[in-house]
Design a protein around this ligand. Structure first.
Ligand SMILES: Cc1cc2nc3c(=O)[nH]c(=O)nc-3n(C[C@H](O)[C@H](O)[C@H](O)COP(=O)(O)OP(=O)(O)OC[C@H]3O[C@@H](n4cnc5c(N)ncnc54)[C@H](O)[C@@H]3O)c2cc1C
Ligand code: SF4
Length: 352
């Protein structure tokens, strides 16, 4: 076990000051970070435990209609906040499709956004991994890579981002509030994570010592509440990361799509917003042929990085199905198996 300092600040300012030390890492619930430390994958010199910072625990409705979610709000608490789930149903569905009930009770909003890839070679310190040790190579390239990326990957790294939560957040133009030694700033969720390029060790735009304090969903994202779904294909129907997932939101008037939102999970090192597909959908009638064309547009640049060519037709089917399910209307109640493409859903909240 590596030796490390442990501090437990009470305010954001104290946390940022404590995280200025070299090798410091923020600790939220530790469901990812502590596993990585136990496996010697990461060796922080100091843990800055942020769990006592009260201002990070709130869900706030702002005067302009935005919803601001503190970085320490638990995944389960957010998904089960009735008003939040009504306004942003695909986000609630994505949260409830992640991990297990126990993990969702512990996992935090900020930790979910910054969880590390599940590439097995990243977790195995006997393997070469450019993300863990820059320049060491990538054993996934010639290894077991059936779950790896089909979009945005590079010769240096083919890992995917494992978060479900981030996928509808990217689709709905969520904003991440960041605090650091030089003050506060904001970035679009879509711009938070970086593609690997030649520096896969750089996973986000956060500078050393910066912390996430909140995520904001804009008031305008409520427009998609009537027609929103998150669908996730996994190797078993619960307690598994996405092989491929899709968040779809539509605004439909008289059978015509006024606005569309689409993002994919499990396909790249970041949640993948499908802007071309959204543009193609706007103004079209809501039917299966249009949804297939949108899926083709979303996957135009997809290419296998190994034994994962199957992911491309799978993603195509899932996108079309998520758009179809969204068009049918948001379920009146959360499906018994959230995000499962195989479960039947109770009623619809609104007619298409
Ligand atoms: C068995 C298992 C199955 C899982 N299945 C899924 C799944 O299906 N879908 C899914 O989406 N997730 C899944 N997860 C991942 C889980 O959702 C994450 O581990 C969890 O969300 C991380 O939250 P945490 O509060 O425990 O973060 P921590 O483990 O405390 O932190 C994670 C990372 O974020 C950093 N961090 C935390 N908070 C902040 C902050 N506010 N500012 C800056 N940095 C911060 C930490 O330094 C660390 O690098 C699974 C996890 C496990 C163990
Ligand atoms: S795919 Fe990325 S995370 Fe996995 S071994 Fe290669 S460099 Fe490491």
């Amino acid at each position: 076990m590596n030796r490390f300092d442990y501090v437990k600040p009470a305010t954001v300012a104290e946390a940022i000051a404590a995280a200025g030390a070299p090798g410091a890492a923020y600790l939220a619930s530790g469901t990812n970070l502590l596993d990585l430390m136990k496996g010697n994958v990461v060796q922080p010199a100091r843990l800055v435990d942020i769990t006592q910072i009260k201002e990070l625990t709130r869900i706030e409705r702002l005067g302009n209609g935005d919803v601001r979610i503190g970085a320490l709000v638990r995944n389960a608490d957010l998904a089960c906040d009735a008003s939040f789930a009504r306004d942003f149903p695909a986000v609630a569905e994505a949260l409830l499709s992640g991990a297990s009930a126990q993990l969702r009770n512990a996992a935090t909003v900020g930790g979910n956004l910054l969880q590390r890839t599940r590439c097995a070679y990243f977790y195995d310190t006997a393997s070469a991994c450019n993300k863990r040790i820059p320049g060491s190579g990538c054993d996934a390239r010639d290894g077991e890579n059936s779950q790896h990326a089909v979009l945005g990957w590079s010769a240096a790294c083919i890992a995917t981002n494992p978060s479900d939560f981030c996928v509808p957040l990217a689709a709905l133009d969520a904003v991440v509030e960041i605090a650091g030694a030089s003050g506060r700033r904001e970035v679009a969720l879509e711009a938070l994570h970086l593609l690997p390029g030649t520096t896969p060790e750089r996973e986000t735009v956060l500078a050393p010592g910066e912390m996430i304090v909140a995520v904001r969903l804009p008031a305008a994202a409520r427009a998609f509440a009537r027609h929103a779904r998150y669908l996730k294909v996994r190797e078993r129907n619960s307690y598994a990361f996405a092989v491929v997932s899709a968040a779809a939101g539509l605004v439909i008037e008289n059978g015509s799509i006024k606005q569309a939102r689409l993002a994919l999970g499990g396909v790249a090192a970041k949640p993948w917003r499908a802007h071309d597909a959204e543009a193609l959908l706007a103004g079209q009638t809501s039917d299966a042929r249009v949804f297939e064309q949108a899926a083709d547009a979303a996957l135009r640049d997809a290419k296998p990085s190994g034994d994962n060519a199957y992911k491309i037709p799978l993603a195509r089917q899932l996108i079309a199905r998520a758009l179809q399910a969204a068009a049918q209307g948001t379920p009146s109640r959360m499906p018994a198996l959230p995000a499962s493409p195989f479960s039947s859903v109770p009623g619809v909240l609104h007619d298409a």
